[in-house]
Ligand binder design. Structure first.
Ligand SMILES: [Zn+2]
Length: 174
């Protein structure tokens, strides 16, 4: 910071000029440089907080804002044509998995929450290793789950649940 002063001292100029030059450096240049350095250091800090704490909060709407938007929403849902890839699963595998479960959700170990119109326990057949990830459509890779647990598997995909499902499948020795 005081480098300009040292440089000025070594120059062949009068002591008076040197003195006033030193004053300028100490009073104006040095604080300005310090200010600039502090400012430069603050920029990444401000950017960091802005990026991770302030900006995300700007996108979270208050309840009143959500309500207003919901009330102003178009009453007729828009239509969207989608091309989706679906896997055709063997109905016998589905039926066997349900019979193997005997009406009990194999994750929650409780009776299916309700019966369907045919008076059968309403369970979904779930592929432990998803077909979309290369899992096979076999009775060894399927369990019957209540709709709630089925949804949980898709949302959380917890390893402990997968292990439990494997233990309850036809593949197990139970
Ligand atoms: Zn369940």
């Amino acid at each position: 910071m005081l480098f300009p002063i040292y440089v000025a001292q070594s120059l062949p100029i009068s002591a008076e000029v040197k003195s006033s030059f030193n004053d300028i450096v100490l009073v104006i240049v040095a604080p300005t440089l310090i200010g600039c350095i502090v400012f430069i250091l603050l920029i990444p800090l401000v950017c960091f907080f802005g990026l991770f704490f302030i900006i995300p909060k700007l996108f979270i709407l208050e309840n009143e804002q959500i309500l207003k938007r919901a009330q102003n929403a178009s009453r007729k849902a828009a239509t969207l044509n989608k091309v989706t890839k679906t896997f055709e699963r063997d109905p016998n595998v589905i039926e066997y998995a349900k019979r193997w479960a005997k009406g009990i959700c194999q994750l929650f170990d409780q009776l299916a929450p309700y019966k369907n119109k045919k008076n059968k326990p309403h369970l979904h057949t779930y592929h432990i290793k998803w077909i979309s990830k290369g899992g096979e459509d076999t009775i060894e890779n399927t369990v019957a789950l209540c709709p709630n647990c089925h949804d949980k598997m898709h949302v959380l995909d917890l390893n402990e649940d997968i292990q439990k499902a494997r233990a309850k499948s036809k593949n197990s020795s139970i």
